[in-house]
Write a protein that binds this ligand. Structure first.
Ligand SMILES: NC(=O)c1ccc[n+]([C@@H]2O[C@H](COP(=O)([O-])OP(=O)(O)OC[C@H]3O[C@@H](n4cnc5c(N)ncnc54)[C@H](OP(=O)(O)O)[C@@H]3O)[C@@H](O)[C@H]2O)c1
Length: 272
């Protein structure tokens, strides 16, 4: 039976690795047209081969999401090859794990450029066409960290809070336009981004393809916000909204921030 997504066109940033790559592979099974973007051409071409082998028509476009012109060109190429852009998945992102006192304003600007403005660059390039056709899906892979921050990630958390706030309002403003906006809030995901960080047993990473499945389901069901995995992160978000002190305590109790490999997990500098 033909899937509702078959033949639709999606642009995926961060497609060379982790969640973006897993999403590309899953969408290829649906025989979607894919435009894959990330900076590393070699990795991107490998994903192109794998997705083509699954039956998709694929364009691999090395691009830096911080460069608005390169991102605009992605949309133009997608339209000239496939006719339209139905879905954008903004998954490109970087983690900067360093305490606030050791960060410069430049560090914050860099992370905001990638994680916040990088998503906006794609959304603003694709949105006019979607609004004109009164149809489309905007998916941003944000993070649970944008609902409850963990040390030592101030810059990363600030960028995810920014993107969550943007999406929260955009979704409401797009109501009735035929364009849907959904924020994906992963907890811990086992990808190269968190390689070298050990997390406690209850906070071990889920595979990237589990997030990919949530993304595809969110498109099909027009979800607004998806927390994945659900129970642990959702409990933390609810506890924190009730009392930030309780949220902080849970972070310390379960050592949710993890430790760099080689450090002693039984020791917590902050102390529960
Ligand atoms: N892993 C987790 O635990 C976790 C949890 C919550 C949320 N997330 C979010 O999930 C998203 C995907 O992360 P991931 O876990 O899949 O990490 P990942 O495996 O490190 O993938 C990050 C992707 O972003 C791309 N990228 C980074 N900077 C870029 C830039 N300036 N321009 C274009 N592409 C860029 C990378 O490709 P190139 O290096 O080739 O450019 C790569 O494809 C991120 O937004 C991250 O914040 C991850």
């Amino acid at each position: 039976m033909r899937s509702a997504l078959q033949g639709k066109t999606a642009i995926i940033t961060g497609a060379s690795s982790g969640i973006g790559k897993a999403t590309a592979l899953l969408m290829a099974r649906e025989k979607m047209n894919l435009v894959l973007a990330a900076r590393r051409a070699g990795e991107l071409n490998e994903v192109r081969r794998e997705t083509e082998a699954r039956g998709s028509r694929v364009l691999a476009c090395p691009a830096d999401v911080t460069d608005a012109e390169q991102v605009q060109a992605l949309v133009e190429k997608a339209v000239s090859l496939f006719g339209r852009v139905d879905i954008v998945v903004c998954s490109a992102g970087q983690l900067l794990r360093r305490p606030a006192v050791d960060l410069t304003i430049g560090d914050f600007r860099h992370i905001m450029e990638v994680n916040f403005y990088g998503s906006l660059n794609l959304i603003y390039a694709a949105l006019p066409g979607m609004l004109e056709r009164r149809s489309g899906h905007i998916i941003v892979v944000s993070s649970v960290d944008g609902k409850k921050g963990l040390p030592p990630d101030t810059a990363y958390v600030a960028s995810k809070c920014a993107v969550n706030g943007f999406m929260d309002v955009l979704r409401q403003e797009l109501r009735g336009t035929g364009v849907h906006a959904c924020t994906i809030l992963p907890g811990r995901v086992d990808t190269p981004m968190v390689k070298g960080i050990r997390f406690p047993l209850g906070s071990r990473g889920i595979p990237g393809d589990r997030v990919a499945r949530s993304i595809v389901r969110a498109i099909r069901k027009r979800r607004t916000e998806v927390v994945v995995p659900y129970i642990g992160p959702k409990t933390l978000i609810v506890a924190n909204s009730f009392s930030p002190r309780l949220g902080d305590w849970l972070v310390r109790l379960f050592k949710l921030e993890g430790v760099e490999e080689g450090s002693d997990m039984s020791h917590n500098d902050i102390g529960v």
